[in-house]
Ligand binder design. Structure first.
Ligand code: BV8
Ligand code: ZN
Length: 256
């Protein structure tokens, strides 16, 4: 079954030199990782500010640390799904390709995607807020296991936090610069599995559109950018993305 039938979409994808993809929690939903704002969203009961902020961490270190350990446990039993693998394939097919993710689960890298731009960090990395000492997840787990009240301290006495961007924190300079540059220069921008509510990540599809990119959205529901996209492909990304790749292969084959 052909997914891409819109003549303009066919034309744009045929001539596209640079493709940029932005992913959100939705692409990992089919790997069993709960999204943030959906029905089963992790934050349904708890507000993001209660958990994903430095203030919350400093005030409730044990609670916030336990929440991250809980999410890591889910991640240990998860693996990339067909949507992640389809984007790894797209990276090999497109002349120029950037993959930007808001996710902190590392599933794109486990699916073989290279040079992933992680806007919000990685949940399996940790560092000391005092001396900046880095801790692998294994080292962190060792400290966490031996610390009776689950308050993980570094050797210098400082608290150890996850290497993720919390609300109110700046995104890694290099990552957001690269992401803005990619959104400005790409020919096609594909937003996958994000509600497009969190800034500055959600600025990217708008910036791409303002700079002339053809904007595609893959999602199971409407989002904050649905009204500006050129093509909406409704459905689970684990189904839509593999179909998209098959159509894209046909399109570029005709080119060559
Ligand atoms: C900053 C890491 C400045 C941590 C995360 C008031 C108005 C506007 C903005 C603000 C405001 N108050 C504060 C702000 C700024 C704030 C913000 O945007 N808040 C929002 C909530 C309004 N942003 C910040 O604080 C950022 N920093 O602005 O700093 C600054 C500058 C200089 C110096 C100092 C400070 C930092 C934002 C980063 C926060 N960290 N995560 C952690 O994970 O623990 S955000 C978190 O949300 C995740 O990263 C997640 O990826 C991200 C975005 O959510 P989505 O990925 O879109 O997930 P969501 O559940 O929302 O949606 C899932 C989608 O998937 C849905 O559309 C669903 O339909 C779809 N779906 C479901 N299943 C499928 C599917 N699609 C396809 N297939 C499926 N199977
Ligand atoms: Zn330290």
């Amino acid at each position: 079954m052909k997914l891409i039938e819109d003549p303009l979409a066919i034309k744009e994808l045929k001539i596209a030199r640079a493709i940029t993809v932005l992913t959100g929690a939705g692409i990992s939903a089919e790997s069993g990782i709960p999204t943030f704002r959906g029905e089963e969203g992790l934050w349904k009961e708890l507000s993001p500010e209660e958990l994903a902020s430095f203030e919350a961490f400093y005030k409730n270190t044990a609670v916030v640390t336990e929440w991250y350990q809980h999410r890591r446990d889910i991640l240990y039993h998860s693996k990339p799904n067909a949507g992640h693998y389809a984007l790894r394939e797209l990276q090999q097919l497109a002349s120029k390709f950037d993959l930007i993710t808001q996710n902190v689960d590392g599933l794109h890298q486990r699916a073989g995607s290279m040079d992933v731009i992680e806007l919000h960090g990685n949940i399996l990395e940790n560092y000391c807020i005092n001396c900046n000492q880095r801790f692998s997840q294994e080292e962190f787990d060792e400290i966490y296991r031996h610390n009776p009240n689950h308050i993980p301290h570094c050797y210098c006495g400082g608290l150890i936090r996850p290497n993720v961007v919390w609300f109110g924190e700046a995104l890694p300079e290099e990552s957001i610069e690269k992401a803005y540059d990619s959104a400005i220069t790409c020919d096609v921008f594909i937003s996958v599995g994000t509600s497009a509510q969190v800034v500055p990540a959600s600025n990217l599809p708008r910036i791409a559109k303002q700079n002339g990119a053809y904007l595609i959205e893959i999602n199971t529901a409407n989002t904050a950018i649905s009204d500006i996209v050129d093509l909406r492909l409704e459905g689970p990304s684990g189904t839509i993305l593999p179909m998209f790749i098959e159509d894209y292969k046909q399109l570029i084959k005709k080119n060559n």
